[in-house]
Ligand binder design. Structure first.
Ligand SMILES: [Zn+2]
Length: 283
């Protein structure tokens, strides 16, 4: 296992895999070096879940028990010294709506019966408030302001990407907080790669209509289906609206290609767990 992890680590681009402990995790180099946020992205290794969700499943909306999910979250957040009972997350609906959270929201989303909002973008200016999102193929987008305390965690699948979730967040940050895109640090989590992500002709035509019909974003197959690259599209959108190239880290790791390391909704035909991404402004 360790040999394999070391081998694929070379493919990661400034989003490093730390695999020395029993709970491996990934971090963006740029975000870590900024000293502004605590953050991480989990793997499937080191948890207590079994079967289709083995082993570090962190989401309730799976074939796993609540007890296992909470224990796995505890193990993951213990690495970073955060209380898993105080994390904030939402019901992810593949949209582009956002919600702003403050200290009154600690724990919103930490338990199955917690109040949770339906949205795919979490925003906070509150220090020490851990925002959390879940994925198994989708891209998690971490955004940190170097201008004033502000962190965003967004979840982008194909619908969010087509809906321009990145540019919408950047515009919101600018309008609401006066933070310019050149003062943002961004990181994109591991997600499904283009070779593994085939969409039907109807979905492909939606992307083509939006102007993505070219390499490296799309690759049309002979049968009319299409392979799409979510990470490249999100990178392109973020750069287009002013995020500087050397301030955007991304992981080249594919969630579907790396079965030992990640859950993949596509590869596992929906019978799978979820990784967790979190970000919190340092106290
Ligand atoms: Zn792949």
């Amino acid at each position: 296992m360790l040999q394999r992890l070391t081998k694929i680590k070379k493919g990661a681009i400034k989003f490093k895999l730390y695999d020395k402990s029993t709970i491996p995790y990934l971090q963006s180099t740029t975000l870590a070096e900024s000293g502004l946020v605590d953050h991480g992205f989990s793997t499937r290794i080191g948890g207590c879940s079994t079967g289709s969700t083995a082993s570090l499943n962190t989401a309730f909306h799976t074939e796993d028990s609540t007890e296992n999910v909470l224990e796995n979250r505890r193990r993951f957040f213990d690495i970073f010294n955060y209380d898993y009972r105080k994390i904030v997350s939402a019901i992810q609906v593949h949209g582009t709506d956002l919600a702003v959270f403050d200290s009154s929201n600690h724990g919103e989303g930490a338990f199955p019966d917690s109040t949770r909002r339906e949205c795919d973008v979490l925003v906070t200016t509150e220090k020490g408030l851990p925002l959390a999102a879940y994925s198994a193929d989708c891209v998690l987008i971490y955004i940190v302001s170097t201008e004033k305390p502000l962190v965003v965690l967004a979840h982008a699948g194909w619908r969010g990407t087509l809906g321009e979730i990145g540019p919408k967040v950047i515009a919101f940050i600018d309008n609401q907080y006066g933070v310019r895109p050149e003062n943002l640090l961004v990181a994109l989590s591991p997600a499904i790669c283009r070779d593994c992500y085939q969409v039907d002709a109807d979905t492909a035509s939606k992307f083509a209509s939006a102007g993505w019909n070219e390499q490296p974003y799309m690759e049309t197959q002979a049968d009319g289906t299409c392979k799409i690259d979510l990470k490249e599209m999100n990178r392109s959108q973020l750069h287009r609206c002013g995020v500087e190239k050397d301030k955007l880290d991304y992981s080249s790791l594919c969630t579907s290609c790396n079965k030992e390391l990640f859950y993949s909704y596509r590869r596992d035909l929906g019978h799978t767990g979820r990784m967790i991404g979190f970000a919190a402004l340092k106290l």
